[in-house]
Design a binder for this molecule. Structure first.
Ligand code: C5P
Length: 405
């Protein structure tokens, strides 16, 4: 991690939340890791911690005022955007997130945000009610959709004395994410990627089908992260979902497992990386009725003969390009590691991402996941509860180490 942080230009934006004091520790650590840090503070932030502290820690004057220039002869917010390779905003309060989402630029921090074209990492922290408020949630989603990296708050002790979601993530977690974002642009440079996502629908008749509650969010997050990491081509083969196509991704819409296989077949042998995040139905009705199936007589039992669907991941693994890396997902509700390892071996995968939808935050359709990543060598990386976007980045960072440069 140090080699990624060293000599990088990091702009830290502090806003007025009590967690602002933790910014001192972060800035200090970044400087120790060899980064060149500049600090911009909102007026409210200066009420929590004085500019002198940050000036001493980063060794440079602190920027606070849109009109009182620190750099003589320069316009501070433009100078700052030219300086920074990443803009880390913390604590990203409900107010700052709202300004970012709606383009308000009424102080130096928000003006710098709207003027900058480097990656932005918003580290959210606030009281639980403020975080859970629909306005904050909508703003966070909007910002993530626009490519802002968001580190969501953790659950724990809050300044109010209560326990709940809203606590600023720990320093090392923030630094890990900064390193990921800074290193990210090159992890998959020039690589081609195939991602499967979403549920499949297996028709019984013209109006009914078998499916599952997958929303496709995990696969879409992986496709989005792959683009951010410099992939040359990202193909996203997806079952029915409501999600918007991530910028630059080539989307192939399918309905059933058989359709998904048809879409994957011409791509599987061409790509450098396959990530199968789709929740493919394991069974499909043996026959699809051309007309709507009628109810049988009251009380009479009906049976529905099912056939197994093709295993798309197993096909992609078997027919991979030489040197390609193949990653599967496993949803397990018991003996997670043992069952997932069995799947990894059976399908000859390089990695498998295991999650248990019964765990808090790991349910189908949510925005978060808690996963363990296993590799063919028996290594395991246990990840804490995190957003699907963050999990996608962590996974691709890990996997990119195995791809030939
Ligand atoms: O064997 P199981 O269905 O649990 O394996 C899960 C993994 O296999 C996931 O990565 C899923 O996307 C993939 N899969 C597939 N085609 C199927 C079933 C599962 O690609 N028919």
């Amino acid at each position: 991690m140090k080699h990624i942080i060293q000599k990088r230009h990091i702009l830290v934006g502090l806003s007025g939340g009590i967690a602002c004091y933790k910014g001192c520790d972060l800035v200090s650590r970044l400087v120790q890791l060899g980064a060149e840090v500049r600090v911009v503070m909102t007026e409210n932030a200066t009420r929590f911690v004085g500019t002198v502290s940050f000036q001493a820690l980063c060794g440079s004057p602190v920027y606070t005022d849109t009109f009182g220039s620190v750099d003589p002869g320069g316009i501070d917010h433009i100078r700052l955007t030219e300086f920074s390779e990443i803009f880390v905003i913390l604590p990203a309060t409900a107010n700052v997130l709202a300004k970012m989402a709606h383009g308000l630029a009424d102080d130096l921090l928000s003006t710098t945000y709207i003027a900058c074209n480097c990656p932005v990492l918003a580290v959210a922290a606030m009281e639980t009610k403020m975080y859970n408020h629909p306005a904050t949630q909508v703003n966070l989603k909007l910002l993530e959709k626009r490519g802002v990296h968001v580190l969501h708050p953790e659950t724990g002790y809050l300044a109010s004395g209560k326990k709940g979601v809203g606590r600023l993530p720990g320093r090392e977690r923030i630094i890990e994410r900064i390193a990921l974002v800074l290193g990210a642009t090159s992890y998959l440079a020039g690589k081609t990627v195939l991602v499967t996502a979403g549920p499949t629908q297996e028709a019984l008749d013209p109006v009914r089908y078998l499916t599952n509650p997958s929303t496709g969010k995990m696969g879409f997050a992986i496709a989005r992260a792959a683009m951010r990491m410099g992939a040359q081509d990202v193909h996203l083969v997806t079952g029915p979902t409501e999600l918007d196509t991530p910028f630059g991704v080539k989307r192939h819409d399918v309905v059933s497992a058989a359709d998904m296989l048809k879409a994957v077949k011409p791509l599987a042998g061409k790509v450098d990386l396959v990530v199968a995040a789709a929740a493919v139905s394991d069974f499909a009705p043996e026959k699809v009725s051309k007309t709507k199936l009628k109810k049988s007589a009251q009380g009479e039992k009906t049976t529905l003969p099912l056939a197994q669907t093709p295993d798309i991941l197993a096909f992609a693994s078997k027919n991979r390009k030489k040197g390609a890396v193949v990653v599967g997902f496993a949803v397990e509700t018991d003996k997670e590691i043992q069952n997932a390892m069995g799947k990894l071996k059976k399908k000859a995968l390089d990695y498998i991402v295991v999650n248990n939808p019964r765990n808090e935050g790991a349910a189908f359709g949510g925005d978060t996941n808690r996963a363990v990543i296993l590799d063919a060598g028996g290594n395991r990386v246990e990840l804490p509860l995190m957003s699907k976007d963050e999990l996608a980045e962590r996974l691709l960072e890990l996997v990119s180490g195995k791809l030939k440069k």
